[in-house]
Design a protein around this ligand. Structure first.
Ligand code: TRP
Ligand code: MN
Length: 451
């Protein structure tokens, strides 16, 4: 029998990746303020996401989880939010049509501000500075002053999350997500690049499907299903003080929900079974994710399932594998087998980004589009072999025309990385690469006979 859980029971477990706050009194005061603010999401929404993810676990839907590696306090504008949402919606249309199942849309957005680091400090020239931990903690510039952890940033992250979420809600219910409109953008992509032209046939099929519906009297404007979507929010639950401050008791069910986002995940660096992150998330009612990397053994993953979803609720737990293109098939298959035979109804998602990062000749941290596709390929083949459903993907992207990942639509080269390398953390797919990826995934799942 597990020990009693409370929103603060994580405090008696070892918490890795927590910043070194110089003034504990200031931190306490910021957290107290946040705990008095309204929740950002409503528990009923988290339950509805869990139900949708339950459909993914059962093989009747697909999950698309996408957004920035780290949101930025500087790149905070309506255009930035709009363009990110646009790419996610475009990918969703392509996937919905090709897979023939609903796509559950989850943004890495409105709260994705804190980053785990491989070392607490870094060497800049010959000065040792505290590592940058995301705008929710400190500044990115390489000065001692910028790198001091400042609790006011937690408050600012809350406010930025609130206005980002507000605009997202307005867009997805206000007509921006109209199916015809989203498809028209995709047609522009198809028409305007040689890579895109490969997808002309699929785009034309979607076009015909839309015209057929219109001819039958189902037009997108008057039909709210075709005019509106649900987009959920998610982020890595890294700074547990912040997450605790937004954890509230739901008045309708009495359960505890982390109301900082609909879905929260545990990162590869914080998934120790007896650690504070697992302890915190096991007790909240939200759907949760857990990253699993190449060092995870089948037994460890099974234990995580037992701890995080003891009751085996479908949709409660998403396992997000990030194994690397080369190893994914071999590493994943025994994990799929053990979890399936124990009867755990998890969502299997593929993060094809994080284990395929390398330093380019130019010195920039990058990822190759082909490796990203290769990891998804291995992921899909592993599922096809084990008879499980490759339920979703988890990617880092932006709607902006950045040059951070190599290859893909427009074939970005190593030498071009410096042109528009804007990320505050990991390299992201740009808008066109992201859409290209959606077409590739559609292809992979179809050619493996899974849709
Ligand atoms: N509401 C449906 C859905 O979310 C169909 C839909 C409308 C849609 N606009 C969309 C799907 C934009 C994807 C993208 O699936
Ligand atoms: Mn990242």
């Amino acid at each position: 029998m597990a020990k009693a859980w409370t929103p603060s029971s994580w405090q008696t477990h070892p918490a890795s990746q927590q910043p070194d706050w110089p003034d504990p009194g200031h931190l306490e005061q910021a957290l107290k303020q946040i705990s008095s603010f309204p929740p950002l999401v409503f528990a009923g929404e988290a339950r509805s996401l869990e139900a949708s993810l339950g459909q993914v676990a059962a093989g009747n839907a697909f999950m698309l989880q996408a957004g920035d590696c780290a949101e930025s306090f500087e790149a905070f504008s309506a255009d930035n939010i709009r363009d990110k949402l646009r790419v996610i919606l475009q990918m969703a249309v392509v996937l919905t049509y090709s897979l023939g199942v609903p796509v559950v849309k989850v943004g890495r957005i409105a709260g994705q501000f804190a980053k785990p680091r491989s070392t607490p400090t870094e060497l800049v020239g010959d000065v040792e500075l505290p590592s940058f931990r995301g705008h929710m903690v400190n500044g990115a510039s390489a000065t001692a002053a910028a790198r001091v952890a400042d609790p006011e940033r937690l408050v600012q992250a809350y406010h930025q999350s609130a206005s980002t979420l507000n605009l997202l809600r307005a867009f997805v219910k206000g007509g921006f997500a109209d199916l015809n409109r989203v498809h028209a953008w995709t047609q522009e992509f198809v028409a305007s690049s040689p890579e895109g032209q490969k997808y002309e046939q699929l785009a034309a099929e979607i076009d015909r499907a839309l015209r057929f519906m219109r001819a039958c009297g189902i037009d997108t404007e008057s039909n709210s299903r075709l005019h509106e979507v649900d987009v959920f929010t998610s982020h890595e639950a890294l700074l547990l003080g912040y997450e605790e401050a937004l954890t509230r008791q739901d008045s309708t069910t009495g359960g505890w929900y982390d109301c900082s986002a609909h879905m929260l995940w545990i990162g590869e660096r914080t998934r120790e079974l007896d650690g504070a992150h697992v302890e915190f998330l096991r007790g909240v009612g939200n759907p949760i994710g857990c990253k699993i990397g190449p060092t995870s053994t089948p037994e460890m993953v099974l234990e995580l399932c037992e701890t995080l979803n003891h009751a085996q609720v479908p949709g409660r737990l998403t396992l997000i594998s990030r194994m690397g293109a080369e190893h994914v098939e071999d590493k994943l298959r025994p994990i799929l087998r053990i979890v399936r035979s124990a009867g755990h109804p998890v969502v299997w998602a593929c993060d094809p980004m994080h284990a395929n990062t390398y330093t380019a000749v130019s010195g920039r941290k990058t990822r190759n589009f082909d490796d990203i596709c290769a990891e998804i390929g291995g992921f899909v083949r592993a599922h096809s072999a084990e008879g499980t459903w490759p339920g979703g993907i988890h990617v880092e992207l932006t709607g902006d025309d950045v040059t951070e990942c190599i290859g893909g639509a427009d074939n970005i080269l190593d030498a071009q990385l410096d042109d528009r390398y804007q990320t505050v953390c990991d390299p992201r797919l740009n808008g066109r690469q992201s859409l290209d990826l959606a077409f590739r995934i559609a292809d992979l799942i179809r050619t493996n006979g899974l849709a």
